[in-house]
Design a protein around this ligand. Structure first.
Ligand code: SAM
Ligand code: SF4
Length: 490
């Protein structure tokens, strides 16, 4: 397959930033293997979906997409399901979507080149078999399990099934990270770097520890090398990624590693921020249990570290936090908020909240509303609790009816909107530095992002033309609950 640039692929990504960045690495790997990326399913030989299973709605999306596959399969296209739904559902995907040929979870992506080659070889073997058995074109099948157990078997299958089946399902076994020098970043100015994969927290509602494997960190040396390489290529903003970046543990500190090179998360953050050419460093996601004061010290000491922390709380009730197995209390969470509020620069704080967790009483919910008032978040990502396969909370009683979850979500969003309406007004009259992200022609405005991660749409005088990726100063003239409006300072 390598070097065969006539092979085309289409990749659609669902879900979080981790998935977006995984897709950049998958695209890089495919390009390296000789594929060419195309914009539509119609043009593609290989159609891949990088899936998300964090909530039921996200999971359903991929099956909706695949419902169209039959007509495409007749055109000779190959389908693959990657990511969390792949890992969660495994070979069951072949039953639900029989024309899928490849099912691979994120923990097996480092074997992707091998799986792609196996896919290619197995498909040509299946085509030959089908040719030898004239009249059985759709009947022949080759089953391959990449990674764990190698080639499994070849056999005939009923008409409705795929010719080829390849799986890469590593569960919580792998120790490796998906490191590749071929990442195909889509934005030339700001980019992600994964520093830790998987999760060992096992919050009672969450599929991630089952779908993304155990926690495994990259060495700080390799993270810094990638960051320096990005700076050399002209990137000025880097976002360090992980499901729980605060539990980063430099493998250099393991037996056999070089202890002198070991860095804590806060030290790594500061070191990335000190790379010449890097102007902004972000990180997500933080877990309150592992969030240390040293992160605030690093933000205080290194101006390039952005004044924004996303610290998901999930609930304002200690009783519910306990049921969610979040490993902190409301008071411990608020202690971390107090650290942020006493930082040298005002830090913008955002969070995630789940409403309608089993057993959530009106009193628990009111505690969450009270927390929103107390913290005054700059953004809240709120979700209705979605029961997920394999998770401990699936067996909890006292499920909250969907209409009640929807009501609570609505109340919470309305309250937060009021909070943001008031708090965004305080920026009016201030000058912010923004990275220029693009232009909204319809509104005649440029789009910028502040260090505290707010969208700031701005107009420019006729004499000036900002360039995407540049940093400019903008004076804020008005505000909305989710964005600011301003004018370029010339
Ligand atoms: N690792 C991060 C953390 O601990 O906050 C977040 C990971 S998850 C991709 C993003 C958010 O999805 C979580 O913070 C949580 O609010 C939400 N989430 C996770 N599982 C959920 C579920 N079963 N139902 C509803 N929301 C969920
Ligand atoms: Fe899921 Fe909890 Fe891990 Fe976040 S910390 S990914 S919510 S288990």
């Amino acid at each position: 397959m390598s070097g065969d640039s006539s092979k085309t692929f289409y990749l659609e990504t669902f879900g979080c930033q981790m998935n977006v960045h995984d897709s950049e690495k998958v695209v890089g790997t495919l390009l390296q293997e000789g594929y060419r990326q195309v914009e539509t399913v119609e043009e593609a030989d290989l159609v891949l979906y990088n899936t998300c299973s964090i909530r039921d709605k996200a999971e359903q999306k991929v099956f909706n997409r695949l419902s169209d596959y039959k007509k495409y399969k007749k055109q000779g296209k190959t389908f693959g399901v990657l990511g969390c739904v792949a890992q969660q559902e495994g070979e069951k995907i072949f039953e639900r979507a029989p024309y899928v040929s490849l099912v691979a979870g994120s923990a097996s992506y480092r074997k992707l080149p091998e799986m792609l080659r196996q896919l290619e070889e197995a498909e040509s073997a299946a085509r030959e078999t089908a040719g030898e058995n004239a009249g059985l074109r759709d009947d022949a099948s080759v089953v391959v399990t990449a990674g764990k157990s190698g080639v499994k078997s070849g056999s005939r299958k009923p008409e409705a099934e795929s010719l080829v089946r390849i799986t890469g399902l590593d569960d919580r076994e792998t120790e490796d990270c998906f490191e590749t020098e071929f990442t195909a970043r889509t934005n030339p100015h700001r980019g992600y770097i994964t520093i830790i994969e998987g999760c060992d927290k096992f919050c009672s509602y969450c599929v991630v520890p089952y779908t993304r494997g155990k926690e495994r960190s990259r060495t700080s040396d390799s993270v810094l090398a990638e960051a320096r390489q990005m700076a050399d290529l002209g990137y000025t903003e880097i976002q360090l990624l992980g499901q729980n970046v605060n539990s980063y543990k430099d493998p250099a500190g393991k037996p056999g590693g070089d202890f002198r090179k070991t860095k804590t998360f806060a030290e790594l953050l500061a070191a990335v921020g000190e790379i010449p050419g890097i102007r902004r460093v972000r990180f997500t996601t933080s877990h309150p249990r592992d969030f240390g004061h040293d992160i605030i010290d690093a933000i205080d000491a290194v101006p390039t570290l952005c004044d924004h922390v996303h610290l998901p709380v999930q609930s304002g009730s200690t009783r519910l936090l306990d049921a969610m197995q979040r490993l902190y209390t409301r008071d411990q969470y608020l202690e971390r908020i107090a650290w942020m509020k006493s930082a040298k620069r005002p830090i913008s704080i955002t969070t995630d909240v789940i409403v309608g967790f089993p057993g959530e009483t009106e009193a628990d919910f009111n505690e969450t509303l009270g927390l929103l008032d107390e913290v005054s978040y700059d953004a809240v990502f709120s979700f209705k609790y979605s029961p997920r396969p394999n998770t401990p909370s699936l067996s909890l009683e006292d499920a909250i009816p969907d209409e009640e979850k929807a009501r609570r979500l609505d109340v919470l969003m309305t309250r937060q909107r009021e909070i943001q309406t008031a708090s965004y007004k305080r920026y009016i009259g201030t000058t912010c530095e923004v990275m220029v992200e693009g232009r909204n022609e319809a509104r005649g405005q440029w789009i910028g992002r502040t260090s505290h991660n707010k969208t700031l749409n701005f107009t420019v005088p006729a004499i000036a033309t900002p360039r995407v990726g540049n940093y400019v100063s903008v004076i804020v003239t008005s505000s909305f609950p989710n964005s600011l409006v301003g004018e370029l300072v010339v």
